[in-house]
Write a protein that binds this ligand. Structure first.
Ligand SMILES: Nc1ncnc2c1[nH]c(=O)n2[C@H]1C[C@H](O)[C@@H](COP(=O)(O)OP(=O)(O)OP(=O)(O)O)O1
Length: 175
């Protein structure tokens, strides 16, 4: 497949959402999604941007709403553009290591701590295994994915690059 835009171009066309991957020592926080996009999957907490919100503001709000904790240091780890039959988005991915509170279930999410070195990828979006190890390891990435009938049909991941926030060209350096 050719002509599939990456996340920087796609965010002019698609709704935007966020994910937070919180690392606490040798464990990382996932949620069992109780409703909506990806229901039943294990995913990082996150959700759709609201009007006027930056991705960083969104990820802090969504983590608080979904699992009742405050992440103190969300660091931009990358982004992916994603097309599926019923929902497409640019998803901004953050890594965090500091938080306050105890993860608590909500109507949308059941929190689950899993070992960093034994993430249950078979219960996650199929493409998460292509980029999440990089994020948990402190790296950065940019991805483009096309799904059909819940199966990935196009997968492109570039590691060691980052996708800047709008107007922030300093965030493009390789790591
Ligand atoms: N491919 C893939 N892998 C991992 N995570 C995701 C994807 N595609 C996705 O859309 N997502 C994530 C990104 C977001 O965190 C959620 C989708 O947002 P959602 O939870 O539906 O948004 P909310 O605003 O919290 O929900 P509602 O209030 O609209 O119900 O999936």
């Amino acid at each position: 497949m050719t002509g599939v835009p990456g996340p920087t171009a796609a965010r002019e066309q698609l709704p935007e959402a966020t994910l937070c991957h919180l690392v606490d020592g040798d464990r990382t926080l996932l949620i069992r999604k109780q409703r909506g996009v990806g229901q039943g999957n294990l995913v990082g907490p996150g959700g759709k941007l609201e009007a006027g919100e930056t991705p960083r503001e969104c990820v802090v709000r969504e983590v608080r709403e979904e699992v009742g904790i405050d992440v103190a240091d969300p660091e931009r780890a990358g982004a992916f553009a994603y097309w599926a039959d019923d929902w497409s988005a640019v998803v901004h991915v953050f890594r965090a290591t500091a938080y306050e509170g105890t993860p608590t279930a909500s109507a949308e999410a059941d929190p689950v701590w899993v070992p960093v070195d034994d993430v249950p990828f078979d219960e996650m979006w199929a493409t998460d295994r292509t980029w999440l190890p990089t994020v948990l390891d402190g790296g950065t990435f940019r991805g483009t994915f096309v799904f059909h009938a819940d199966e990935p049909r196009y997968v492109d991941v570039d590691r060691g690059v980052n996708v800047p926030e709008r107007g922030d060209v300093s965030a493009t350096g390789r790591r």
